[in-house]
Design a protein around this ligand. Structure first.
Ligand code: AMP
Ligand code: DBH
Length: 563
């Protein structure tokens, strides 16, 4: 059952004064807000197309008008400045209309992915103290209205539900668009206030909520748009779910709108849908995760669609192999840009004019001259130049704390405010980062991060599971897949039933283990003393060795070194 709103603190994000002063003095933070810059763009070029999706084509003036209508509608319903609203929408114009409306009203969106289900949504609603939920009626065969009903039963603090599309029994979002919001101010917020809560990939346990301010996020939009060469001619294709931080802000749909360009939304990332839109809308840039890039590279040579408008293909979210990186320009005729970022802040880009080898082999360098980077060994000492170590960072757009989560904050931040990214990187002499792997135990499945612990907890509540360990396994296509090792209790369950059961727990499909291996025990030695981390490493090594011998390979598989 959800906590009531009043007991959930208003999200904040603070940098120590000396940092905040400096970030303002050098012009990173300009007290710009989302509501205000949208109005400025709509005034400067009202008739330019801003958002294209489905049958809809909204100009900047139209987007601005819709944002005001929704802002007025949310306020009329009783929502108050600072209230949190879970946004659970796919790639449709209503996503952008909704978040812009929330910004204008000083409400705080909490971004959920379309793949999330009741368990995750309840966690977000509860953790943020949300008072409202906005979703599409259906998407990809799933009915979000049923989820909304369940959510309200579990979380009475979620008083309002608005639905894009056929809303019964809830209120249609469309009804709010009919409200006249023209008397509202363009913004009621300050740059230093929290604009939204982003979701962490969940390195340990459940996802954490990431409060980002107008000042810090708009700084990344402005600089990302500059680094990526965006302007009025830019046509950005949102192919990945745009609730992800990458297609949202690096530079993503928000960076594109900030730069006065056009956002085209693809309901699905598959190359068939995307290629048709690229041809029709003359798309110039898009962002992909490595497995999706593989699909695009595979289909492009056989596709009848004209892709010649593409200038930049951004790839990030998970490590891109140099071999695949090399194919981007010859096959897609566009410049590859590697993007290594995180919803907590730090974003690195290869620059468009970097030498080809640097674009192929590195994951870029930070956005800001004020991004501070530490690469430390296990003992917390700086590594020698060029050596691999733990990446820690702080800067003008990297958070200093998660929302309302003291234990995660104690783990994830140093006393002097550095964020422990969990990534293992090395730095080239030119100051570019190469991601080597990560220290933690999450699974990076095609860019979606899955916490091993979260899935183990689900498995452990199954009556026929005695113990469970979930590990990442290298996968040719996904980058990594998840494998659950299970010690059964009593009768061994069937793997397929276990998967079905875990899906029935109401979690995102990408979290359901790809592979299940039953074992009679875990470590043969001192099982009680072995750490979870060491156990997972051991199980992964065993599996890889078995697979290698089954494939007749004699070479030791060393891929665990990076995991
Ligand atoms: P999240 O916490 O969900 O925002 O995910 C951020 C994490 O994704 C980073 O800390 C990295 O582990 C991973 N990641 C993002 N981009 C890349 C990339 N280009 N190469 C390798 N790993 C990446
Ligand atoms: O994986 C990510 O979270 C990510 C990748 C690229 C990200 O948040 C970003 C760029 O901003």
């Amino acid at each position: 059952m959800c906590k009531v709103t009043s007991s959930t603190p208003l999200p904040t994000q603070h940098w120590p004064d000396e940092f905040a002063k400096r970030y303002r003095a050098v012009g990173h933070w300009r007290n710009e807000t989302f509501g205000a810059w949208l109005r400025e763009r709509a005034t400067a070029h009202p008739d330019r197309l801003a958002v294209v999706g489905g049958q809809q084509r909204w100009t900047y003036a139209e987007l601005d008008r819709r944002a005001s209508s929704l802002a007025a509608g949310f306020a009329q319903a009783g929502l108050q400045r600072g209230d949190r609203v879970v946004v659970h929408l796919p790639n449709i114009p209503d996503f952008i209309g909704t978040v812009m409306g929330l910004f204008r009203a000083g409400l705080i969106p909490v971004y959920a992915l379309p793949a999330h289900r009741i368990t995750e949504i309840e966690h977000f609603a509860k953790g943020s103290g949300a008072r409202a939920y906005v979703a599409a009626a259906t998407h990809a065969g799933f009915d979000y209205r049923a989820l909304a009903t369940e959510l309200q039963a579990r979380c009475p603090s979620v008083e309002h539900v608005w639905i894009s599309g056929d809303a019964e029994p809830f209120t249609p979002l469309d009804a709010l668009y009919a409200i006249d919001g023209s008397a509202l101010p363009s913004s009621v917020s300050q740059g230093s206030q929290v604009a939204f809560l982003q979701i962490s990939g969940g390195s340990t346990g459940l996802s954490k909520l990431i409060p980002r301010t107008h000042d810090d996020y708009i700084y990344t939009l402005r600089e990302s748009a500059r680094i990526c060469g965006l302007g009025p001619d830019t046509v950005f294709l949102g192919a990945l779910p745009i609730a992800h931080n990458f297609p949202m802000s690096s530079p993503g749909f928000l960076g594109t709108l900030y730069a006065g360009g056009r956002v085209v939304l693809s309901p699905s990332p598959d190359p068939e849908s995307a290629f048709a839109l690229i041809e029709r809308e003359h798309v110039t840039v898009t962002s992909l995760v490595p497995p999706l890039l593989l699909q695009w590279l595979d289909l492009a040579p056989r596709s009848a669609h004209d892709l010649s408008s593409l200038r930049t293909i951004q790839v990030g979210g998970a490590k891109l192999s140099a071999e695949i990186a090399r194919r981007v320009r010859p096959v897609l005729g566009a410049t590859l840009q590697q993007v290594f970022g995180m919803a907590e802040g730090l974003v690195n880009y290869t620059r468009l004019d970097d030498p080809e080898e640097r674009i192929i082999h590195t994951q870029g360098c930070p956005i800001s001259p004020d991004d501070e980077i530490l690469i430390l060994d296990d003992a917390g000492q700086p590594v020698a130049p060029g050596q691999a170590g733990h990446l820690l960072t702080r800067g003008p757009y990297t958070i200093r704390a998660y929302h309302d989560n003291p234990s995660a904050n104690a783990r994830s931040f140093t006393e002097d405010g550095y964020y422990r990214t969990g990534d293992i990187v090395r730095m080239t002499p030119e100051g570019y980062l190469e991601v080597q792997g990560r220290a933690g135990d999450h699974i990076n499945r095609a860019g979606e991060k899955i916490s091993a612990e979260e899935i183990e907890d689900h498995l452990l509540s199954h009556p026929q599971v005695f113990d469970a360990a979930v590990v990442s396994v290298p996968d040719e296509y996904l980058g990594e897949r998840s494998c659950a090792f299970i010690i059964p209790k009593g009768d061994k369950p069937r793997a397929a039933d276990l998967k079905k059961w875990i899906r029935g727990r109401g979690i995102a499909d990408f979290k359901v283990p790809d592979q299940i291996v039953f074992v009679t025990q875990f470590a043969a030695t001192a099982a009680l003393k072995i750490s979870r981390k060491a156990l997972r490493a051991q199980l992964r090594a065993q599996l890889l060795a078995q697979e290698a011998s089954a494939a007749g390979t004699t070479a030791a598989n060393d891929s665990t070194a990076t995991s």
